[in-house]
Design a protein around this ligand. Structure first.
Ligand code: HEC
Length: 349
């Protein structure tokens, strides 16, 4: 009687083992490959798990919520085993998508669909991990890698131990930014007056670095200097600062300031006034900006008196532009024609 039960048990284990085809994926019930696979005295390791930004391919150490990342598992076998199977779970935080042709995703699991051939016993596989909603917090990915001898059974193989990788969500204390302010009082009517620009970083860390730019072009290289002083800067020039935070994990790096547009009268040699044939006259009526005689393409930027870009039209051929969406107030209209710039103050009312 007892033997009958034992026999039935052995048979069912054998049948279950035979029909549970793991070379095409182990399934969520078989997460620990060591429960069945063994026999090789080599070592199998998951060396690292790396998350990359989909567009910049930058390595990420923390994640932004609800964003896709490229996830890559790197592993190896110390011997000559060069076929691999694996399984990774995100434990319900986020989702895996876009597996390669030799892999599959089911529920929380991403795994091999067929044996994956390594390169000299090195293993690598990638997919997308789509991060969870804001406020999810720390995520732990767990994985096993199994290096097998391609004998279509569970012997002669070597699974890794469980590899866990935890990483945090980006929070407000990780977001870097920088603001540029003019810190001195200068005479905007004097073309030679000195203007001091100073960068105010947020989460810049103990030793932030700054790259100052005028009209998008670098002024020197990046240094720890948080001020930029100039007497030669002209009316209509824009000043920006790129701040490279030294705080671990702070993003974006660099953080880029909003541009400041210099308000200053320029030496007459530089400024083309409306009497110059290249520049049209401009006037405002009922919140419509009119140019007379547009002969060439005009790059038009309109800034609030605080220096904030309110309107931009890179190449304008129109003779009138409706600005009724802008609120009442004083604006600086910057016209650029063939690299010559003129700035005019206008009032919208
Ligand atoms: C419950 C036992 C069991 C567990 C747990 C298990 N396997 Fe298997 N595995 C088998 C058996 C039985 C075979 C042979 C039959 C087959 O090819 O499916 C096998 C075969 C394989 C093969 C092909 C082996 C070769 O040498 O050709 C790979 C690859 C594989 N499993 C990967 C895995 C991975 C990866 C895990 C863990 C995530 C895992 N298995 C967990 C039982 C198991």
């Amino acid at each position: 009687m007892k033997f009958k039960y034992l026999y039935a048990l052995c048979l069912s284990i054998l049948l279950w083992t035979l029909y549970n085809s793991n070379s095409t994926g182990a399934g969520s019930a078989n997460f620990n490959c060591n429960n069945c696979h063994n026999g090789s005295s080599t070592t199998t390791k998951i060396d690292s798990i790396i998350l990359r930004d989909v567009t910049t391919l930058d390595k990420m150490i923390k994640y932004s919520p609800a964003k896709p990342y490229i996830i890559t598992i790197y592993g190896s076998n110390s011997g000559a085993l060069n076929r691999f199977g694996f399984q990774m779970t995100h434990g319900g935080k986020g989702s895996f998508t876009n597996p390669s042709a030799d892999c599959q995703v089911s529920g929380n699991i991403w795994e091999h669909k067929q044996k994956i051939t390594g390169t000299s016993s090195k293993f690598q596989v990638s997919a997308r991990w789509n991060s969870p909603a804001k406020g999810t917090g720390s995520v732990t990915l767990e994985a096993y890698l199994n290096a097998v001898d391609n004998s279509n059974d569970a012997t002669g193989d070597k699974p890794s131990s469980k590899f866990s990788y935890s990483f945090d969500e980006l929070t407000a204390s990780d977001s870097a930014s920088v603001e540029v302010r003019i810190t001195n009082t200068y005479d905007p009517k004097n073309p030679n007056s000195v203007i001091i620009f100073k960068a105010f970083p947020t989460n810049g860390g103990p030793t932030p670095e700054y790259q100052w730019k005028v009209n998008g072009k670098n002024i020197g290289t990046k240094t720890s200097e948080d001020t930029y002083t100039s007497s030669t800067i002209r009316g209509g020039d824009t000043v920006t600062c790129w701040m490279y935070s030294s705080q671990f994990g702070a993003l974006p790096n660099p953080a880029i300031s909003k541009p400041i547009v210099v308000v200053k009268t320029n030496p007459t040699s530089h400024v083309k006034t409306e009497t110059n044939p290249n520049f049209p006259n401009i006037y405002i009526f009922n919140k419509v900006l009119y140019f007379n005689e547009v002969k060439e393409k005009i790059e038009l930027s309109i800034y609030s008196i605080q220096g904030k870009l309110a309107f931009y039209n890179p190449l304008n051929h129109n003779t009138s532009i409706d600005l009724s969406h802008l609120s009442n107030g004083i604006y600086l209209v910057k016209l650029k024609i063939n690299n010559e710039i003129v700035v005019k103050k206008v009032e919208l009312k």
